[in-house]
Design a protein around this ligand. Structure first.
Ligand SMILES: NC(=O)c1ccc[n+]([C@@H]2O[C@H](COP(=O)([O-])OP(=O)(O)OC[C@H]3O[C@@H](n4cnc5c(N)ncnc54)[C@H](OP(=O)(O)O)[C@@H]3O)[C@@H](O)[C@H]2O)c1
Length: 339
């Protein structure tokens, strides 16, 4: 029973390349008193990991070169010397990009309730990305019936939930994404009222004029850059702009807004605020049952984009950053016995 691991090997400059990752084979550790050995099943690939790779990114906490890539993982308890975890329990936690993780003292490990949905959901729609969507659109933006909500990266882990939550409040949801297949998915499967491919429109401003004829009341920003700039010129009075992320900027050394952000916000009497999900974790335990109930009632659907095999994890991350994923990107590194 050998372990295989992926280490953070090198700080990237620009887009992440395969040499940022390094593989290592290692013996599987033996749990000591209180420890839990987890067989990892699903590894998460998230854009924030790009920020953690570069100490100049401003993210705040960073990977150490040489460490096993830390990430959210769903797995199954393989050996346990901790009374809180039984062999066979499905668990999730901040583990690592490897086949087995030894969790000292069971620290941070959470047992998954499989009655809520597929076990992978613990790190997708019932986990960080789902709660991020809810915080940004419900807690911070107070959407009202009839308002226009525009979401960028609208097919992704977070964006697909935002549009559906906005629809549940009676809003008109407009999304953008980077392929025609994603645009069709937004309309056909995710219930968006309108959508466009930001890579092929003549300009993002013109696309917004076409698809948001009544202006924009809430812009859920996942991408920043020229999309944000175009939105700021089209905000309705009292508009809200929760800035969830700005992925178009993550590989750049520096960025500058092409518009006078403050002046445009003041003109529309609008508010813009960056938020981090880590500041909104207080009542997290109430979230998975709430979201699972919406899904069971058929109010919300969720798509995952699963790549097979640990050896494909670096490529899965790199291509997720390039937009290959249709839904939340995960890597399945071992058998999911619930399937
Ligand atoms: N505030 C928080 O606490 C928090 C938590 C989670 C995520 N986030 C942020 O939320 C955003 C979405 O994250 P996610 O996990 O849901 O990822 P995701 O949308 O599932 O995947 C990333 C997507 O970004 C799009 N993208 C890549 N480069 C782009 C560019 N230059 N311009 C426009 N779109 C681009 C791609 O889709 P296209 O095909 O559409 O280009 C890609 O599929 C990210 O900015 C992330 O950092 C923030």
């Amino acid at each position: 029973m050998d372990n295989r691991q992926i280490l953070f090997a090198k700080i990237p400059v620009g887009a992440v390349t395969p040499d940022v990752f390094e593989f290592r084979d290692a013996p599987t550790p033996t749990p000591g008193d209180g420890d839990v050995l987890v067989r990892n099943i699903y590894l998460s690939c998230d854009p924030y990991m790009r920020g953690r790779m570069d100490p100049t990114s401003g993210y705040g906490v960073y990977f150490d070169v040489g460490e096993i890539l830390p990430a959210r993982v769903v797995g199954q308890v393989h050996e346990s010397r901790n009374p809180d975890f039984k062999v066979g329990d499905f668990v999730w936690g901040f583990l690592g990009w490897e086949l087995f993780t030894l969790v000292a003292g069971g620290e941070g490990l959470r047992v998954i309730d499989p009655s809520l949905g597929p076990i992978s959901h613990a790190i997708t729609v019932l986990g960080m990305p789902g709660r991020t969507a809810e915080v940004g659109i419900y807690d911070l933006s107070d959407p009202k019936p009839g308002e226009t909500v525009y979401v960028s990266a609208a097919c992704g882990a977070v964006g697909q939930v935002v549009g559906q939550l906005a629809k549940m409040k009676g809003c008109r949801a407009v999304g953008s994404a980077g392929s025609d297949a994603k645009v069709a998915h937004l309309i056909d499967n995710l219930g968006y009222d309108a959508a466009f491919n930001y890579k092929t429109v003549s300009s993002i401003g013109a696309a917004l004029d076409e698809h948001c004829p009544d202006g924009i009341d809430i812009y859920f920003d996942n991408v920043g850059g020229e999309t944000l700039a175009a939105v700021l010129e089209r905000l309705n009075d009292g508009a809200r702009v929760p800035v969830c992320g700005q992925i178009s900027q993550y590989d750049l050394e520096s960025s500058e807004s092409p518009v006078d952000q403050d002046a445009l916000l003041a003109k529309a009497n609008a508010t813009l605020g960056k938020f981090s999900i880590y500041k909104h974790m207080d009542n997290f335990d109430a979230f998975p049952p709430r979201m699972a109930a919406w899904m069971k009632a058929g109010k919300l659907v969720y798509y995952e984009d699963i790549v097979e095999g640990l050896d494909n994890a670096p490529d899965a991350f790199i291509t997720m950053m390039q937009g290959e994923n249709l839904g939340k990107r995960l890597v399945r590194v071992s058998d999911d016995p619930t399937l």
